[in-house]
Design a protein around this ligand. Structure first.
Ligand code: GLC
Length: 422
């Protein structure tokens, strides 16, 4: 498994692919059946598996070859590049787009992606919550490809030495992060706390775990000004203030936080399951020393936000039939198995979570399945992008101490209300 992609490979690949796209633009050899070559745009492939999956398609579909366009790792940068491309209409270069689950409404409402026939895809074989992320106003606009739920990764070797179980509540987590981590020269806890989509996810999980919400209705009601939301944000702010969340974590996205844990610098980490798989792989300094459990909350089980991505077809795709066929291939059972075994990503096919061979190889699958089935969506809003930017900025200010949690939550409510009035 090629877990770690060499730094800079992404840029190189994107550079090569984009040059190729520009020069071949308009020369796709259109045919009557809507079949021909394609491009597939995706956020950074952190485990470097997708090329080999697409080779499988290219070998058997020489006239419908797909070229991978790998965009940056950060969800926000990928969003910006996709939006810029889609706004190009006929000149856009991306035929199939691997979009974050919370972009479907925005892309569909803007008319950038086309509705898809439900009967062409095995929707009933997917985990139920993932299908919702692909629909907008009752129509299917994308097909679920990968799902995701946050897990708490922990150093099992250290907790075992201390005779402690993995934390089930925030109080237990805080206690161990404060008292056990320093004994072993480790930092306590981290998540993805740089201001970007990842921080919106971490903040929403903290608020939901405390029983709060951010927006209600169709995104038109602001519900964040509550004691529960304050408790959630204060959990994160207190961590930095008291030092059991290291200041460095305020700059972490998925990869940086995974690296800190994998290098043996953290007792606890909130991350997506890929981080558990990568940190457990041969060669990782913490291989065999870690465990993963569901996220804790104030009084017990916390709530994860639902992550993942769906495959959508550009409204201006040159070969829509090939695009739909490629999506059917990528969501087929054999490829979904590779998504897990090679990509270390959670597949959307429900049956794989109960496959005894896979459960033995990926012992966190039952925990992950339960987390996905109970995961909560991010706040729904036709202006989701703006909502997320405000959440990130305000929560970051609370975490750096630039603002008290009380003031931050009040400001968040004000700024969210302004967005819904616009
Ligand atoms: C992961 C999730 C995605 C989320 C992103 C945030 O890629 O699958 O849904 O938006 O992380 O950083």
């Amino acid at each position: 498994m090629r877990w770690i992609k060499a730094a800079g490979r992404c840029l190189l690949v994107v550079g090569v692919v984009l040059t190729g796209c520009v020069s071949s633009n308009g020369h796709h050899g259109d045919d009557d059946e809507g079949r021909g070559p394609l491009t597939l745009a995706t956020a950074g492939d952190l485990t470097g598996y997708l090329g080999s999956v697409l080779e499988g398609w290219n070998r058997t579909h020489p006239r419908e070859r797909v070229t991978l366009v790998e965009l940056p790792d950060s969800a926000d940068e990928t969003h910006a590049q996709m939006v810029t491309d889609l706004r190009g209409g006929d000149n856009s270069r991306f035929d199939v787009l691997n979009i974050d689950v919370n972009w479907t409404s925005e892309f569909a409402a803007a008319g950038w992606i086309r509705p898809l026939p439900r009967n062409r895809f095995p929707l009933t074989s997917f985990l139920p919550p993932v299908v919702d992320t692909a629909t907008y106003e009752g129509r299917l606009y994308a097909v679920p490809y990968v799902t995701n739920a946050g897990l708490l990764l922990y150093r099992k070797d250290i907790l075992d030495k201390e005779g402690l179980p993995p934390p089930k509540t925030w109080a237990e987590l805080e206690h161990d992060a404060k008292t056990v981590a320093p004994k072993y020269g480790l930092d306590g806890y981290a998540g993805q706390f740089l201001p970007y989509e990842g921080l919106t996810v971490n903040a929403a999980e903290a608020v939901y775990s405390a029983g709060g919400t951010i927006l209600g209705g169709e995104g038109d009601r602001v519900t964040v000004n509550s004691a529960a939301a304050r408790e959630g944000i204060e959990f994160l702010a207190r961590g930095v203030r008291e030092g059991w969340i290291p200041k460095a974590a305020l700059t972490y996205k998925e990869e940086e936080s995974k690296q800190a844990f994998q290098d043996g610098r953290l007792l606890f980490l909130r991350n997506w399951p890929y981080a558990y798989a990568v940190a457990s792989a041969a060669g990782s300094p913490v291989a065999g020393k870690i465990g993963a459990v569901r996220l804790p909350g104030p009084d017990g089980q916390g709530t994860s936000v639902l992550g993942g991505s769906d495959l959508a077809v550009n409204a201006h795709a040159r070969h829509p039939d090939s695009a739909a066929r490629l999506i059917a291939y990528l969501t087929s059972k054999p490829v979904q198995r590779l998504v897990l075994t090679r990509g270390a990503l959670p597949p959307v096919r429900a049956a794989l979570y109960e496959d005894p061979d896979l459960v033995q190889r990926f012992p966190y699958l039952p925990t992950l399945r339960a987390s996905v089935l109970t995961a909560a969506p991010r706040p729904k809003s036709p202006r989701y992008g703006q909502v997320s930017l405000v959440v990130q900025a305000v929560v970051h200010d609370a975490m750096t101490g630039a603002e008290t949690t009380e003031d931050a939550v009040r400001r968040l409510a004000r700024e969210l209300a302004a967005i819904s009035r616009r």
